[in-house]
Write a protein that binds this ligand. Structure first.
Ligand code: NAP
Length: 293
C-alpha cells in the first residue's frame, strides 16, 4: 500500500511552528502578526474561505480584520482600502479573496498591494523574485506541495516531475519552485496542459505526477507508472445524492484506482487542500518578522 501523504499532519506541524514563532515575536519584539482579508460580493464559497482564515488567525493569536464590501464596490474604493491597509503598521498581510466582481481588474488589485504584504504570493514582484531564486512570498498552494514532499522526505532532486496545469496560482509557480536548486526542488520539470495530445505518454515517464487540472478523477491508473508519487491539487464537486449536501469533493486523480500503483499519494479531501491556509499563515508571520525586508 502507498504512503498516504496526510495534509492535516503536515499543515498542523507548520501551524504549530507558526504559533510558537509568533509568540516569540510578540514576546521579544512586541509584534503581533496581522492579516487583513477583503471580501467583495456575496459568493458563498468565498465567504466560507474568509471565515476559515479569520478562525485560523484566532487559533494562532494573530490580529485579523475582515472587510466585507458589497458587490457594487467600485475599483477605486477597493484600491483606496488597499492603500490604507498598505499604510497600516498593524497589518502585515493583505489578501483579497477571488473571484472579484467582473467590473474590477484582479491584476490591478494585486499590483496595488505592497508586495511585502502580498501573503498570497501573487504580486509580480514576488513571482519574479521567486523565479530568480530570491527570498519572496511564495504562492501558498505550490509552497504547500513542496512542504508536503519535504515533510515526508520524498526526494525531488534529479527526479522527473510532471505538473499538469499551468495556472498562475498553481502550475506555473509550482514548476518554477520545483526547478530551483533548493529543498523540495532541483527536479527535472515538465509542465503539461490542455494542448497535450497524449497526456498519459507524458505522465507515465514521471517519478512524481502533480495534477492541478480541475477535472474530477481525470488521472487514471494507466497514466501513472508503478511506484510513482502522486500529488492531487484538484478540488472538484461531484454530485452525490446519497450525501447530506448532495455533493462531495474529489480530486483530479482517480484515487481508488491510482493509489495501489503509487509509492505515495495525497488524498482529496485531506491532502493539499489543508496546506494553503497553513502557508498563508506562515507568509503572514514572515512578513511581520520582516524576513524579506
Ligand atoms: P485552472 O486555472 O483552471 O487551470 C487548469 C489547468 O489545467 C490549465 O493549465 C489547463 O490547461 C489544464 N487542463 C485542463 N484540462 C486539461 C486536460 N484535459 N489535459 C491537460 N491539462 C488540462 O485551475 P487552477 O486554479 O490551477 O486549479 C486546478 C485545480 O486545483 C482545481 O480543481 C482547483 O479547485 C484546485 N485548487 C486547489 C487549491 C488548494 O488545494 N488549496 C488551490 C488552488 C486550486 P490550459 O492552460 O491549456 O487551459
Amino acid at each position: 500500500m502507498p504512503i498516504i501523504i496526510d495534509g492535516t499532519i503536515v499543515s498542523n506541524a507548520i501551524l504549530d511552528r507558526v504559533k510558537a514563532e509568533a509568540e516569540e515575536l510578540r514576546r521579544e519584539r512586541g509584534i503581533t502578526p496581522g492579516l487583513a482579508v477583503v471580501l467583495v460580493g456575496d459568493d458563498p464559497a468565498s465567504a466560507t474561505y474568509v471565515r476559515s482564515k479569520g478562525r485560523m488567525c484566532e487559533r494562532l493569536g494573530f490580529h485579523s480584520i475582515t472587510h466585507r464590501l458589497p458587490a457594487s464596490t467600485s475599483a477605486l474604493e477597493l484600491l483606496s482600502l488597499i492603500a490604507a491597509l498598505n499604510a497600516d503598521s498593524a497589518i502585515h498581510g493583505i489578501l483579497v479573496q477571488s473571484p472579484l466582481p467582473g467590473h474590477i481588474d484582479y491584476e490591478q488589485v494585486v499590483e496595488t498591494i505592497d508586495y511585502h504584504k502580498d501573503v498570497d504570493g501573487f504580486h509580480p514582484v514576488n513571482v519574479g523574485r521567486m523565479v530568480i531564486g530570491l527570498p519572496a512570498h511564495e504562492s501558498c498552494t505550490p509552497a504547500g506541495v513542496l512542504a508536503m514532499l519535504t515533510h515526508y522526505q520524498i526526494p525531488t532532486s534529479g527526479r522527473s516531475v510532471v505538473i499538469i496545469g499551468r495556472s498562475n496560482i498553481v502550475g506555473k509557480p509550482l514548476a518554477n519552485m520545483m526547478m530551483q536548486k533548493r529543498e523540495g526542488g532541483n527536479a527535472i520539470v515538465t509542465v503539461a496542459h490542455s494542448a497535450a495530445a497524449d497526456l498519459g505518454a507524458v505522465t507515465r515517464n514521471a517519478d512524481i505526477v502533480i495534477a492541478a487540472i480541475g477535472r474530477p478523477r481525470y488521472i487514471t491508473a494507466d497514466m501513472v507508472k508503478e511506484g510513482a508519487v502522486v500529488i492531487d491539487v484538484g478540488i472538484n464537486r461531484v454530485d452525490d445524492p446519497g450525501s447530506e449536501k448532495g455533493y462531495r469533493i474529489v480530486g483530479d486523480v482517480d484515487f481508488d484506482a491510482v493509489a495501489p500503483k503509487c509509492s505515495a499519494i495525497t488524498p482529496v479531501p485531506g491532502g493539499v487542500g489543508k496546506m494553503t491556509i497553513a502557508m498563508l499563515m506562515l507568509n503572514t508571520l514572515r512578513s511581520a518578522r520582516g524576513d524579506f525586508h
